[in-house]
Design a protein around this ligand. Structure first.
Ligand code: ADP
Length: 969
C-alpha cells in the first residue's frame, strides 16, 4: 500500500466525521457550498461536487496548508472561494459562500462562522474522543483490578493454608471461636488434647466441655479482650476429654477482627498443664504431709540460715526447750550462753553433718536437758550451703533410765558374781553329792554282794524246803534292794542331766526274752502266763544303749506282776517305722491286772507318783520307775505311755525308741573251752567278795589266787611268770582304796612283759554303762556285781576261748568292743548255725529269710539226703537241724535216723570232729511238719529227733527251741 492509499484510507475512515462536519456547516450556512478535499483531490460533499478549477483548488489548498489558516481566492465569476485546513481530520475544507446570504450577520461573518463551526465541531469531536478514551481506560483498569483481586485472593488463601499449617505444627493448642464461643478452628495439638476429631470439636461450644464455673471465667476473659482489645493471659480451666478424663489447661485469649476491623471472634492459645497441675498437687500434698510430720514429729526439728539464725522450728522443738516458736524463730544462736551445740551446727555450714550429745542448759528457756542433736546442711540448686536443719531429741529420760540400768547392772553383776560363787559351791556340793551317791552305791552293793553271793552258796548246799525258801527270799529281797538303789541313782543322774548313753550293737530280741525270763521267778506262785512276741521284721541287731533299753522294758515288765494276780503278761516288740539309718521299735507290755483309772494315766509318769499310796504298802516301790522310763524314752526320741480300759481291766504300757540300724556282724563260732586247771588271779578289797568268787571259780576246777590290794597285782603276775606258773586271767574289782581297777588294768597293759596280753575281767559294783571306761582302761570283759555264777563262767569261757591261738585275729578285730554278759549271749545267738532241710522252695525261702533276719546263720538242704551229706561233711558247723518230714529222695525220719547212726559210729570212733562241737556229740534235730497229727511227736522222737514244731515256723517258737536246745538256758 502506498502512502496515498493510506491517506485515502484515513480519509475514507473519517468520512463519517467529515460528513458530520459538512452537515454541521450546512445547518449553519444553508446557502454555502462545502467540500472537503484531500490534497490528491478526493472530494466529499453533501451536494454536487464543487466545480472549482483545479488550479484554484490546488492554490487554495496549498496556501491554506501553508499558512494553516483561512485563505481566499477569486473564482471565476468573482465568487470568493475559501479554504481552511482541518488538521484534526487531515483535510482541507473548501467552500464558497454566496454574496447574498439570507442572514446579513452570516453574510458578514460568513467565513468566521465556518471557522467557528469547524472549531466547534473539532472541539466536540475532541471531547467525544476524550470520553471514549476515558471509558476505554476505565474498562482496562477494571480488568486489571479484577486480575489483581483474583491474585490477591489466591495469595490470601495460600497464606491462610500456610498459616494453618504452621498453627497445626505448633505444640500449643490453638483455636478460634466466634463471638458466641463456638469453635471455628482448632489445631492438631488441641485435637490431641481433647481426643475429639476436628469436626467434632468445631461443632462444639466452649460450654460443652467445661464446667459452669470455668466457662464463666472464659467468657469473662472474652469480654475483657473484646473491650480492651488486649490479650488476656493465664486463664486456667479443666476440661473433660473424649475418654472421660479430666485435663487441666491454661489459655490466653485475644480478639480476632475481620478485614474491616470488626470483631469476629477470639483466638486462644492453649497449653496442657495437667502434669504440672498434678505435680503441683502432689507437691502441695507432700508439703502438707511434711508440714504435718514436721509439726507432729516426736523429735524437735529446727532450721537456720548461714548466719546461724533460727528460721523455723516445730512444736516439739519449742517444747523441748520449754519456750515458744515466736521466741525461738529469729534467735541468733551465736548469742547463746551455752555454746556447746554451736560447733555441731557450724559444721553444717561447711557442708558436713554434725552430731552433739550432752547436757544442755538453754539460756532462752528454763530447760536443762540431756539431748542429742543431728545436723545436716541445706543446699540451694547451685550446691551452695543455705543453712542447715537440726533434729533434737530429749534423752533426759533415757539417760536417767540408762543410769538406773547401769546401777541395776552393777547390782546384777554383783549378784551374778555372788551367784557364780554360789554355783561353784553348788557344783562342789553336787560333785560331793555324786561322789557320795557313787560311794553309797559301792558301800551298799558291797555288802549286798556278799548277801547275794552267800545266799547263792547256801542254796548250793543241802537245805530243807523251809530253809531254801528263806534263803530265796533273802536273795530276792536283796535283788529288789539293788534295783531300788539303781533307780535312785538313775533318778539323781537324770536330775543332774548326767544320764549317759552308749552306742553299741545289741539284739533286742534277746533283751525281750531275757526280761521275760527274769520276771518268771517272781510269779511262780501266781497263775500268770508270760508271753513274748517278736515281730518278724525286728532286726537281729540295732545300735544304741542296750542297758537303757533293757532298763525300760525290765521296769515295765517288772511292774506288771506287782499289779496282776492272774491272767497274762505279754511283751511284744515290733518295728513301727524306719528310715535309711534308723528304726523305731515299739514295745507293748500288756497285763490283765488291776488297771489304771483314767485320771491317773499320765500322773503316774511323774516322779514319786503312784495311783494309790496303799498299793505301795502292798507292792512296794518308790514311784520313780515310770518317770525314769519316760526320761530314757525321750532321750531315745521315743515315748512311754499307758492305756487302760479302767480299773480291773488291765493295762498296756507302750514304749517307743529310735535306734540306729546296725550292720550284720560276723560272729565267730564259739568254741568250748575247759576251765579246769586254768589259773586265775582275783583282786578285790572286800574279803567276802573274794571268798564268793574263789568259791565259784574253784567249783569249776580252776586254780585261784586272791589279792586284796591293787598294787600287789603286777608283782604277783611277774612272779608267777618267772616261776613258770603264769596266770591265765585276772579278775579285778574297780573300786579299791589304794589303786583302782582301772589303774591295775592300765599298768598291766603298759607292761613290757608277757603279762601285757593277759585276759582281764573287770568287776564293778558301780552303775550301768561303765563298760566304756573299763574298755578304755584295757579290760577284755566287764561283769557287774553281784556276780551270777553262770554268767561268770560264760564270760570266762568266752574270754579264754579268745586266748586260743587260732582266734587271735578275730580277737584283734573285736578289740574295740568289750565283752559283757549281754554280748556273750548275743555272740552265742548270732553264732548259731542252722541246717534247714526243706524241699518246698517257697517254704525254704520264707524260713531262711525269717531265720536270717533273727540273726542266725542258715544252710539249706533240699531233701533228707542232702541234709545228711551236709551235716556229716562238717558236723561241727551246725548247732541245730530243722527237719521237714516229707521230702523226696529221703524223708526227714530216715535222714534223722541216718544222722543218729553216723553220730553213734563216730562216737565210738572218737572222731575229733565231733568233739569240738560240744560234749553232747549229738546235734539237736527239730521236726517241722505241716500237719500236726496225734502221735506225730512220738514218731519223730522215736526216729531220733529232739523236738517238734508245726509249720509255718514262727520266730518266737524258733527262739524257744534254740533257747532250749542250743543256748541251754
Ligand atoms: P513304783 O516303783 O512305785 O512301781 P512306778 O513309777 O514304776 O513306781 O509306777 C508308778 C505307779 O504306777 C505305781 O505305783 C502304780 O500305781 C502304777 N502302775 C505302774 N504299772 C502298773 C501296772 N502294770 N498296772 C497298774 N498300775 C501300775
Amino acid at each position: 500500500m502506498d502512502v496515498s492509499d493510506n491517506i485515502f484510507f484515513e480519509f475514507d475512515d473519517q468520512s463519517e466525521e467529515l460528513h458530520r462536519l459538512l452537515a454541521a456547516l450546512k445547518e449553519r450556512l444553508p446557502d454555502g457550498r462545502f467540500h472537503i478535499v484531500s490534497e490528491q483531490g478526493k472530494n466529499i460533499s453533501l451536494e454536487e461536487p464543487l466545480s472549482l478549477p483545479s488550479k484554484i483548488r490546488k492554490s487554495l489548498i496549498g496556501k491554506a496548508k501553508k499558512v494553516n489558516s483561512l485563505v481566499q481566492d477569486e473564482l471565476t465569476g468573482g465568487i470568493p472561494a475559501y479554504a481552511t485546513p482541518v488538521n484534526e481530520l487531515n483535510a482541507v475544507l473548501v467552500f464558497m459562500l454566496p454574496d447574498q446570504l439570507s442572514d446579513p450577520a452570516t453574510k458578514y461573518y460568513g467565513t468566521a462562522i465556518v471557522q467557528l463551526c469547524i472549531d466547534l465541531f473539532l472541539s466536540q469531536k475532541a471531547v467525544r474522543n476524550e470520553q471514549e478514551f476515558l471509558i476505554t481506560q476505565k474498562k482496562q483498569l477494571d480488568r486489571k483490578i479484577h486480575v489483581l483481586e483474583k491474585q490477591y485472593q489466591e495469595i490470601l488463601e495460600e497464606n491462610q493454608k500456610e498459616y494453618r499449617r504452621i498453627i497445626d505444627s505448633v505444640e500449643e493448642g490453638y483455636c478460634e471461636v466466634d463471638l458466641a464461643g463456638n469453635l471455628t478452628f482448632v489445631n492438631n495439638a488441641l485435637v490431641k488434647m481433647f481426643g475429639y476429631t476436628r469436626d467434632e470439636l468445631t461443632a462444639m461450644n466452649n460450654r460443652d466441655y467445661m464446667n459452669q464455673e470455668d466457662s464463666k471465667r472464659i467468657f469473662k476473659a472474652y469480654n475483657t479482650a473484646y473491650k480492651t482489645g488486649k490479650a488476656v493471659k493465664g486463664i486456667g480451666f479443666a476440661v473433660k476429654t473424649n475418654d472421660g478424663a479430666e485435663r487441666y489447661l491454661e489459655a490466653s485469649v485475644s480478639l480476632m477482627k475481620d478485614g474491616e476491623g470488626q470483631p469476629v471472634g477470639f483466638r486462644g492459645v492453649v497449653r496442657d498443664i495437667t502434669e504440672r497441675k498434678r505435680a503441683e498437687e502432689a507437691l502441695r500434698k507432700s508439703e502438707q504431709h511434711f508440714r504435718l510430720l514436721f509439726n507432729l514429729s516426736p523429735v524437735g526439728i529446727f532450721h537456720y540460715d548461714t548466719q546461724l539464725i533460727i528460721t523455723g522450728c516445730n512444736n516439739r522443738f519449742a517444747a523441748i526447750l520449754q519456750s515458744s516458736k515466736e521466741k525461738l524463730v529469729g534467735l541468733d544462736m551465736k548469742t547463746l550462753n551455752d555454746q556447746g551445740i554451736v560447733p555441731s551446727i557450724a559444721r553444717t555450714l561447711e557442708g558436713k553433718e554434725g552430731f552433739f550429745e550432752g547436757f544442755y542448759r538453754a539460756t532462752t528457756s528454763p530447760a536443762r536437758i540431756w539431748a542429742t542433736m543431728h545436723n545436716a546442711p541445706l543446699f540451694d540448686e547451685n550446691g551452695e550451703v543455705t543453712g542447715g536443719v537440726g533434729i533434737v531429741e530429749d534423752i533426759t529420760e533415757r539417760k536417767r533410765a540408762e543410769e538406773e540400768l547401769k546401777n541395776t547392772n552393777e547390782q546384777l553383776e554383783e549378784a551374778i558374781a555372788r551367784s557364780n560363787e554360789m554355783a561353784v559351791q553348788a557344783e562342789i556340793a553336787n560333785m560331793a553329792k555324786s561322789q557320795f551317791l557313787a560311794n553309797m552305791s559301792h558301800e551298799i552293793r558291797t555288802p549286798m554282794n556278799a548277801v547275794l553271793g552267800f545266799a547263792d552258796m547256801i542254796l548250793d548246799s543241802d537245805l530243807d524246803e523251809d530253809q531254801a525258801d528263806y534263803v530265796s527270799t533273802i536273795k530276792r529281797s536283796g535283788e529288789s534292794l539293788l534295783s531300788l538303789i539303781n533307780d535312785i541313782l538313775d533318778f539323781s543322774k537324770i536330775e543332774a542331766r548326767q544320764l549317759g548313753f552308749e552306742e553299741i550293737d545289741f539284739d533286742p530280741e534277746l533283751i525281750a526274752y531275757d526280761v521275760c525270763e527274769s520276771i518268771r521267778p517272781g510269779i511262780v506262785s501266781k497263775p500268770i502266763e508270760i508271753l513274748c512276741h517278736i515281730g518278724d521284721n525286728l532286726p537281729s541287731l540295732v545300735k544304741g544303749d542296750p542297758g537303757r533299753y533293757r532298763q525300760v522294758i525290765a521296769n515295765l515288765m517288772g511292774n506288771a506282776p506287782k499289779f496282776t494276780e492272774s491272767g497274762e503278761i505279754e511283751l511284744s516288740i515290733d518295728v513301727e517305722e524306719e528310715n535309711e539309718t534308723r528304726v523305731k521299735l515299739h514295745a507293748k507290755i500288756r497285763d490283765t491286772g488291776i488297771g489304771i483309772p483314767e485320771d491317773k494315766l499320765s500322773l503316774i509318769f511323774q516322779p514319786f507318783q503312784q495311783v494309790d499310796s496303799s498299793t505301795t504298802r502292798k507292792y512296794g516301790g518308790t514311784g520313780l520307775g515310770l518317770s525314769i522310763c519316760k526320761q530314757i524314752s525321750k532321750l531315745m526320741n521315743g515315748n512311754v505311755w499307758v492305756e487302760s480300759e479302767g480299773e480291773g481291766k488291765g493295762s498296756t504300757f507302750h514304749f517307743t525308741a529310735w535306734l540306729g540300724k546296725a550292720e550284720g556282724r560276723k560272729t565267730k563260732k564259739m568254741k568250748s573251752v575247759s576251765l579246769s586247771d586254768k589259773r586265775a588271779l582275783i583282786v578285790d578289797d572286800n574279803r567276802a567278795n573274794l571268798d564268793i568268787l574263789k568259791h565259784f571259780l574253784e567249783s569249776s576246777g580252776m586254780r585261784v589266787a586272791v589279792l586284796t590290794k591293787g598294787k600287789d597285782v603286777i608283782p604277783t603276775l611277774q612272779k608267777a611268770l618267772k616261776t613258770g606258773n603264769p596266770f591265765d586271767l585276772c579278775i579285778s574289782d574297780i573300786q579299791m582304796p589304794d589303786i583302782s581297777g582301772y589303774e591295775v588294768a592300765k599298768e598291766i597293759r603298759n607292761s613290757k612283759l608277757k603279762i601285757k596280753t593277759l585276759p582281764l575281767i573287770a568287776l564293778s559294783s558301780m552303775m550301768r554303762g561303765d563298760a566304756v571306761k573299763c574298755k578304755e582302761a584295757g579290760f577284755d570283759g566287764f561283769l557287774s556285781k553281784p556276780v551270777h555264777r553262770e554268767k561268770l563262767f560264760q564270760m570266762l569261757e568266752r574270754i579264754l576261748s579268745d586266748e586260743d591261738g587260732t582266734t587271735q585275729i578275730s580277737k584283734s578285730k573285736n578289740k574295740d568292743s568289750i565283752v559283757t554278759q549281754y554280748t556273750i549271749r548275743e555272740e552265742m545267738k548270732h553264732s548259731i548255725s542252722i541246717l534247714l532241710a526243706e524241699d518246698n522252695l517257697v517254704n525254704q525261702k520264707l524260713a531262711k529269710l525269717m531265720l536270717t533276719k533273727a540273726g542266725y546263720r542258715v544252710e539249706v538242704a533240699n531233701n533228707g539226703k542232702e541234709a545228711v551229706e551236709k551235716y556229716t561233711a562238717s558236723p561241727g558247723d551246725f548247732d541245730l537241724i530243722f527237719m521237714d518230714i516229707q521230702m523226696p529222695e529221703m524223708d526227714g525220719m530216715q535222714a534223722t535216723q541216718e544222722i543218729r547212726n553216723r553220730e553213734s559210729q563216730t562216737k565210738n570212733k572218737k572222731d575229733d570232729k565231733f568233739k569240738i562241737q560240744n560234749s553232747k556229740l549229738r546235734v539237736p534235730i527239730v521236726a517241722m511238719t505241716a500237719h500236726a497229727m496225734q502221735g506225730d511227736r512220738e514218731k519223730c522222737l522215736e526216729a531220733g529227733m529232739d523236738d517238734y514244731i508245726s509249720k509255718p515256723i514262727k520266730r518266737e517258737l524258733v527262739f524257744k527251741v534254740i533257747e532250749k536246745w542250743v543256748l541251754g538256758t
